[in-house]
Design a protein around this ligand. Structure first.
Ligand code: NDP
Ligand code: GDR
Length: 335
């Protein structure tokens, strides 16, 4: 590894892009970020928060732009985090989801291969627990691991499964170092407002401050294995430092329903009964749902020495406190 390693991050404007940029910068990397669009509205916020990131224009659906980005950054490590990542949105835009989340992975791998960097660039592919879907009852108690069966339940999950297998195929066909992190849900202060945890903590803060009366949600019974994004990007980095490219599950080993998340989030503002504040709206329900996700991170713990600092109550508290601070500042006219 050179004295100043270089990393290219796709999805730099997203939740994980922010966390990994921060981590890599702390570790002394030169960080490049792929940003799409002629005038991406999130460009300035990336530059403000991460002034050390060098932005390169490109799009996962545009192979030429990816070749240019790889040539320009000459990365030792490439974190492929870009995707259409919202499961509900993928039902409404399945073709776009396939183009970006499935074929985009192929475009990234080809860019590395075509530029002749396959022997040196280590690639991280953002695979997901959504590939398991929920119909594998082989390990109901212990959770899904790297050997569990896949049965995706959304256009997003199906597209990610293509990305997962094409990544493994490039590992096997060309000897490329491509590691696949099968990550369960991870959340935090940078989570997009369209995902259920942040939607809840953002609304809870605004309800507390009298800025909105209630929150509209879809199904409340699904269970997720929710961890903290800051802990999970450390696992991504560890996968690329490992001697061999491999697949690793990152999860907490606990699963909680959306109702449990609501209970803790409202308790954080002193409300014992959240029911009067929640309105169910079928618009947020999906044509097929993943009932329960629970992961088994034993392999990452044993092989990579990966651990977590934030537990479930700590995650909910962190997110509510962050949103209360942001909303209070905004009321005071500072933002
Ligand atoms: P986000 O939705 O926060 O970020 C997605 C990123 O992809 C954004 O930066 C977005 O850029 C970019 N993007 C979308 N389309 C394109 C495109 N055509 N070309 C280039 N960039 C594009 O996702 P997260 O940070 O939460 O997740 C990171 C990755 O990990 C994703 O691949 C996700 O599917 C996967 N994952 C996430 C998990 C989680 O719980 N967070 C769990 C498991 C996997 P723009 O600002 O331009 O829209
Ligand atoms: P998920 O996350 O689909 O697990 O995908 P999301 O937060 O969108 O949904 C979690 C569960 O909450 C239910 N739900 C709602 N979801 C949203 N977004 N909005 C609502 O109003 C709402 N009401 C109920 C959903 O139906 C679901 O059961 C996330 C993404 O980050 C993926 O990219 C990633 O791969 C997986 O996690 C692991």
């Amino acid at each position: 590894m050179p004295e100043t390693p270089r990393a290219l991050v796709t999805g730099i404007t997203g939740q994980d892009g922010g966390h990994i940029a921060e981590l890599l910068h702390q570790k002394g990397y030169e960080v490049f970020g792929l940003i799409r669009g002629q005038n991406n509205p999130r460009r300035q916020s990336v530059l403000d928060e991460f002034p050390y990131v060098r932005l390169i224009e490109g799009d996962l659906t545009d192979p030429t732009s990816l070749v240019r980005a790889v040539e320009q950054s000459q990365p030792d490590e490439l974190y492929n985090l870009a995707a259409v990542s919202h499961v509900g949105y993928s039902f409404k835009n399945p073709t776009l989801t396939a183009d970006v989340t499935a074929k985009g992975v192929l475009n990234v791998l080809e860019a590395v291969r075509i530029t002749g960097l396959a022997p040196t660039t280590r690639v991280y592919q953002a695979s997901t627990s959504e590939m398991f879907g929920g119909l594998d009852y082989n390990r109901p108690g212990a959770g899904y691991n790297e050997e569990s069966l896949f049965h995706p339940r959304s256009p997003y999950g199906v597209a990610k499964l293509y990305g997962h297998w094409i990544a493994k195929n490039y590992r096997e066909s060309y000897g490329m170092f491509v590691a696949c992190g099968i990550l369960f849900n991870h959340e935090g202060e940078r989570r997009g407002l369209e995902f259920v945890t942040r939607k809840i903590t953002h609304a809870v803060a605004r309800i507390k401050l009298g800025l909105q009366p209630n929150i509209e949600l879809g199904d409340l019974w699904p269970k997720r294995d929710w961890g903290y994004a800051g802990d999970f990007v450390d696992g991504m980095w560890r996968m690329l430092q490992h001697a061999e490219p491999d697949d690793f599950v990152l999860a907490t080993g606990e699963t909680h329903s959306i109702e449990e998340f609501l209970t803790l989030a409202f308790a954080a503002i002193g409300v014992d009964d959240w029911k009067p504040y929640v309105v169910q709206n079928a618009a947020y329900m999906r044509p097929a749902e993943v009932d329960i996700l629970l992961g088994d991170p034993s392999k990452a713990e044993d092989v990579l020495g990966w651990t977590r600092r934030v537990d479930f109550p700590g995650l909910v508290r962190l997110m509510v406190e962050h949103d209360l601070a942001v909303q209070s500042k905004s009321m005071a006219g500072f933002v």
